[in-house]
Design a protein around this ligand. Structure first.
Ligand SMILES: C[S@@+](CC[C@H](N)C(=O)[O-])C[C@H]1O[C@@H](n2cnc3c(N)ncnc32)[C@H](O)[C@@H]1O
Ligand code: SF4
Ligand code: SF4
Length: 449
């Protein structure tokens, strides 16, 4: 990740958990970029703990000089810089221009909860690489506690995802506990396991359901979602849900495999009686990251967005607005971004994701990052104190560079979703999923609207 990975700024920011290696005096840390954890001695672990984004390099140096008065200060500085530079090279340390100062952190409105990594399908593009149940999944008892903690903290919606949430052996009881706590429920499912009874039960819980359909035929859908008649079963699930009276959303991840089929998927949904259609941009992460080449280009995304805008006018189904639609239509607000305007979407602020192992992330597209976990810590504490979340909360649109910085819609979109950029190692660069950024980079100006 080419964050601000150079030492000419003042404030080192280390965002990852440090673990003590059992039975030794060593510690370890890792992020998604390392295959193996990085071993740390006591001093290195201490330096990283102090690199909390609130202290400048000089303050960290002063701290160590006070703590080790017998060590020659220049030697001490050299050692500290060695650790920070090594961590910067491995991209575990990011640098900020000034200390991070966060104000009151509100509870998230919605938590997307990947309740299990278990799945009956093994989709080629799966961002969470679901399939087998991981051995480190949250215990069922901890899941019930978490529901109480999240409701008590003020979370309003739980959006169950996975893996396939319906595969979780306790899903029924967990969902009922969420409903009893007063939080509302959303469920993202591949639809294949939805029986008439499950559809009715979800309806009784007033759950908002989204079913994935990545093609209008088994040929296209099952290519992305290999499994035992995945398409046929998903359509059967959709029929059961509609039969039970759900207002249903179908979500399609757009890729090279189905870009030509989007209109057909919408038609199929309309014919089935589905109420909402959501197009989901493909993010090359998880198993999807190993399928380079599946991603459509930013300009193809522009053409699809224009197509959806025109389809919306003649369709009964509600086509949920896409990210950069307002810019195509010229209805986005054009005004300078305010100095403190937060960067990106509502991840780490309005919503977050709990992974099957309990890690709390801005959203599921940050899969693979080793962030603080709610497995052994109270939800509210992790939400408020997580360095990884606080890092994203501390970013503003003025951290951006490249085309987004020059874009007239910056205040309207705040640089948008940063997940693709994060996956490609350039959080602050021009948005890699936005054709307007591409136009500005190529022509110096946005051709759009
Ligand atoms: C990980 S799935 C879990 C829920 C359920 N198993 C399903 O497939 O709908 C949640 C959502 O993420 C979408 N998704 C999976 N991989 C993705 C990727 N690489 N990029 C964007 N969305 C992805 C799925 O299509 C689905 O809408
Ligand atoms: S996208 Fe959903 S259905 Fe497909 S493997 Fe991932 S979790 Fe399973
Ligand atoms: S170029 Fe950047 S700021 Fe402009 S619309 Fe695209 S993502 Fe938003």
């Amino acid at each position: 990740m080419t964050m601000e990975c150079h030492r000419n700024s003042d404030v080192p920011y280390f965002a990852f958990p440090i673990r003590r290696e059992s039975g030794t005096s060593q510690f370890s840390t890792s992020n998604h970029l390392q295959e193996r954890p990085l071993m740390l001695n006591v001093q290195a672990a201490e330096i990283l703990r102090l690199a909390d984004g609130e202290r400048s390099l000089n303050e960290i140096m002063d701290y160590f000089e006070r703590r080790y008065p017998h060590v020659e200060p220049s030697l001490l500085r050299e050692k500290i810089l060695q650790v920070l530079d090594a961590m910067t090279r491995t991209e575990l340390i990011w640098w900020r221009d000034k200390p991070v100062r966060l104000h009151a952190i509100e509870p998230p409105r919605t938590i997307f909860w990947e309740i299990t990594s278990l799945c009956n399908l093994k989709c080629l593009h799966c961002v969470v690489s679901a399939g087998k149940r991981n051995s480190d999944e949250l215990s069922v008892d901890r899941c019930f506690e978490l529901i109480r903690e999240m409701a008590g903290f003020g979370v309003q919606n739980i959006a169950f995802s996975g893996g396939e949430p319906l595969m979780h052996p306790e899903f029924k009881n967990l969902a009922e506990a969420v409903a009893a706590s007063g939080m509302s429920i959303q469920v993202a499912t591949n639809g294949t396991l939805v029986t008439r009874e499950i559809a009715q039960w979800l309806r009784d819980l007033r759950a908002d359901v989204q079913v994935s359909l990545d093609g209008s035929t088994s040929l296209i859908h099952d290519k992305m979602r290999p499994g035992n008649r995945a398409f046929e079963k998903a359509v059967r699930g959709i029929r059961h849900l509609l039969g039970a009276g759900h207002v249903l959303t179908v979500g399609s991840v757009v890729s090279k495999n189905n870009r030509h089929d989007i209109k057909n998927i919408i038609t199929l949904c309309e014919n089935l009686g589905v109420q909402n259609f959501r197009l989901i941009p493909f993010v090359p992460k998880g198993r999807g990251g190993t399928f380079a080449g599946m991603e459509i280009t930013a300009s193809e995304m522009k053409a699809i967005t224009e197509m959806l805008i025109s389809e919306r006018k003649r369709r009964k189904i509600n086509i949920i607005p896409l990210e950069f639609e307002k810019m195509v239509q010229g209805t986005a607000c054009v005004q300078p971004a305010s100095p403190g305007q937060s960067l990106g979407c509502g991840g780490a602020r309005a919503y977050g994701t709990i992974t099957p192992a309990g890690e709390l992330l801005p959203c599921h597209f940050f899969e693979g990052v080793r962030a603080d976990s709610v497995a052994g810590h109270a939800f509210a504490d992790v939400w408020i104190q997580s360095r990884f979340l606080n890092y994203f909360r501390s970013l503003t649109v003025h951290d951006l560079h490249g085309a987004c910085r020059d874009c007239r819609w910056l205040s309207a979109c705040a640089g948008s979703c940063r997940a693709i950029n994060f996956a490609k190692g350039d959080v602050f660069g021009a948005n890699k999923g936005c054709w307007i950024a591409e136009e500005i980079e190529n022509d110096g100006v946005a051709a759009t609207a």
